[in-house]
Each structure stands twice: as C-alpha cells, then as structure tokens.
Write a protein that binds this ligand. Structure first.
Ligand SMILES: C[S@@+](CC[C@H](N)C(=O)[O-])C[C@H]1O[C@@H](n2cnc3c(N)ncnc32)[C@H](O)[C@@H]1O
Length: 395
C-alpha cells in the first residue's frame, strides 16, 4: 500500500447528479475514465483523493481503490483481505468500520461479507502488532468499503468518511432541507455565476442561497470540515493537507484573479421567522452571511431587483391530502408571482409533485430530473419574459 501510487478513484454521488459531478471533476483537471449512475472513475493517488474531498460540491464520497481481486466465497474473501498489509495503513489504536455493497449469488448476507472483511483486517493487524483496532458502525474514523459484484471484490479506502455533502455549516435545521450537494447541483443547473441577482424565496434553512454564495465567490466547500476518513490512516500527510487548505483559502478570497469580488444581490426570504433566523445563522457559519440579504415575508412580497436574474423556489410538495389543497393554492400563487413581479427573470421551481407543479400554470422551457431523499423530483425552468401570460396549466 503506497499513498503515491496512482490507482482508481471512485467518486460517488446521489442519483441524478452524476453529470454535474463529472463536470466538476473535469474542471479540476482530471480525466474521467468511466461514468456510472451514481459515480465517476478517474486515476489518481491519495493526494488527488484529498484534493477531491476539498473541492467537490456535488459528491458524496471519494473512494481510493486498495485492491481488486477475484473472489467466490466469504472464506476466500477473508483469506485475501488478511493477506493485505493493513498494518501499514491502520494503527491498532484506530477504529475501523466496513461498508459493504454486495451483488453476487455467492452470498445474500451483506452484513456477513462486511464481517469477514473486518475480521480479515483486524486479525492481520493483531498478528503483526499484537494489538487490534476497535471496529463498529461509526464512520468518523477509518472507513473501508467493499464492492462485491459477481466474482470480483473491490476494496476501497473511503477517504471522506462521512459524506462530503455534509459541509458542516448547517448547524440549525428547518423542515425538509435539501442536501447541500443537491442544492449545489440545482444552482449549477440554473447557470448561476454570481454576476446576476439570485432570488431564493422559501429559503428554509438557506441551503440554496448559501451554496450559491459559496460558488459565486469560489469558496472551497470543504474548508469548514475538520474530519475526513484519510486523516485516520498512517498515510495522512498533514503538511500536504495544510498546504492544500492554504491554497484553497487563497482561492476563496480571490475570484478569477480579482480580489474581493462581490456577487450581484443574493436575496433569501421565508414566511417563517425561525427559518430566516436559521438561514442567517447557517450563512454566518459558512462565512457568506454578508453576501445574502435576508427578509421574513410571504414569497410574493420578496424584493425583486430590476434588470433580470434568477429566481429559485423549493416549495413543500406535501404528501398528506390535507396539505395538498393548500399547496395547490401556493403553487398557483407562484405562477402569479412569476408573471406579475419577475419579468426579465428565469424562474425555477424544484418540486417532487408534478400535479402541484401544473398549478403554476406557466409553460416550462426545461424540466430537469433530480432525486431528493429517494423521491423523483423536477427542476422546472420558466422563461419569464415581459408579458408572460398565465396559461391554462401545462401538462
Ligand atoms: C421545502 S422547504 C425549503 C427547504 C430549503 N430549500 C432548505 O434547504 O432548507 C419550504 C419552505 O417554504 C416556506 N414557505 C411556505 N409557504 C411560504 C410562503 N407563502 N411564503 C414564503 N415561504 C413559505 C416554508 O417556511 C419552508 O421553509
């Protein structure tokens, strides 16, 4: 095991985000060698994996391939895992957790496969050092990931540990927040680059405006996080990590060579005063509070800067019947608001309920598919020209 060795790096994401993830990985200068439904592959060493953890906005985990081998049975898995020199990577004082994805006829018990991997690692370290690491479910330390498909096993070091979509700025939660990686992808899908006003009524805990402010000022997303899986291995090069962070901090302060770039107004409002307070506090933790104008109001009262821009709304899409009636009215009012107050803007509605979406009553120019907590959702795009008319609900 050698951290300077180039190997396969598998970066995972949630369904629907892979094209955004691919774009991000390529923008960082890497060549994507394969793309799956929820992952992209590239070649790199452990330092590349560290860099990806720092910079990627739409990813879940960065997995560094340790070994790939043919395998037929759980006993063979144990033997082969035990042959690997884990003592070079994991101290007996560490805590190890094993995550497994199994798709092979040989075994239908995913937990058992994970147990065999854990036993192989722990027994090997015990034999070599007379001491054994603890193990369990916590993902805050060393995380080893097994993918067993057909007759092939792949063992990865999960260099992220906890998902990097958790950026650590959301200290205060409201109901139904978007995951940060999804919010980042939604902002990317709008084509927002910080030069045009961005209006986020119904901001909830502030994920959309905060992600937008981070992107507009090129703030590197994982700078707030202090714990990553790779830090718990013997390979951890703290000096290199600090140098990467310093470089990232410089980039966060500059933008396109210009210092102190101030984005066009970002406006975040919500009818719930607690949500506005939560969004403010989260923005403060993320270091972007000064870039966002907050207000408590009904969405229809949101101040819309003149001259056009982008407006993104994530209304509730309620699953209970009682809520639906009320939400039908809200969606219909969103259509009126777009038509009456937002001409010259591009409007977006993110929702998981297409029946409610019809109540907006405006023609969509694009519908992009995303998934939120397992629910298929759409980001609906509306071109709001002066004179946009509210038609019969479109299909
Ligand atoms: C699904 S949540 C938004 C979640 C947000 N994207 C996040 O990541 O936290 C919908 C939000 O719309 C707000 N809301 C509902 N009706 C509203 C109205 N008439 N005007 C303004 N905000 C409203 C709710 O208070 C709630 O915070």
């Amino acid at each position: 095991m050698n951290p300077n060795e180039k190997t396969t790096i598998l970066v995972t994401c949630s369904p629907g985000l892979v094209e955004y993830l691919r774009g991000e990985v390529e923008a960082l200068g890497y060549t994507v060698t394969a793309t799956g439904n929820v992952d992209v592959e590239l070649q790199g060493d452990l330092y590349d994996a560290m860099r990806l953890n720092l910079y990627l906005r739409t990813a879940y985990n960065v997995l560094y391939l340790l070994r790939s081998f043919p395998c037929d049975t759980p006993d063979e898995l144990y033997r082969k895992v035990r042959q690997m020199s884990w003592e070079e990577m994991i101290s007996p004082d560490e805590y190890v957790s094993v995550v497994t994805r199994v798709d092979t006829p040989t075994i239908d018990n995913t937990m058992f496969a994970g147990l065999r991997v854990k036993d192989g690692i722990v027994d090997r370290i015990l034999k070599k050092t007379d001491s054994r690491p603890n193990s369990g479910k916590e993902r805050d330390n060393v995380v080893i990931q097994l993918y067993w498909r057909g007759k092939t096993c792949k063992l990865y070091l999960n260099t992220s540990g906890q998902k990097i979509s958790d950026r650590s700025y959301r200290k205060v939660m409201t109901e139904a927040p978007l995951r940060e990686s999804l919010a980042a992808a939604i902002i990317m899908a709008t084509g927002y680059d910080g030069t045009q006003p961005l209006v986020c009524p119904m901001c909830g805990s502030g994920t959309l405006p905060i992600e937008a402010a981070l992107m507009a000022t090129h703030r590197v997303p994982a700078l707030l996080r202090s714990n990553f899986g790779f830090m718990h291995t013997k390979f951890y090069d703290e000096a290199a990590w600090q140098a990467m962070r310093t470089e990232a901090l410089k980039q966060s302060k500059k933008r396109g060579g210009k210092t102190e770039f101030t984005p066009a107004p970002i406006i975040a409002t919500d009818i719930d005063s607690w949500a506005v307070e939560a969004a403010k506090r989260n923005a403060q933790t993320a270091g972007v509070e000064h870039l966002i104008q907050f207000a408590k109001c009904d969405f229809a009262e949101t101040e819309i800067p003149e001259g056009g821009g982008i407006i993104v709304m994530n209304p509730e899409y309620g699953m209970r019947m009682g809520e639906i009636k009320q939400l039908e009215e809200t969606y219909s009012r969103i259509g009126d608001f777009f038509k009456q107050k937002c001409s010259g803007y591009t409007g977006y509605v993110f929702t998981g309920n297409m029946d409610l979406a019809k109540k907006v009553g405006l023609r969509t120019s694009r519908r992009m598919v995303f998934f939120n907590g397992g629910i298929e959702c759409r980001l609906l795009k509306y071109e709001l020209y002066a004179g946009t008319r509210k038609n019969k609900p479109d299909d």
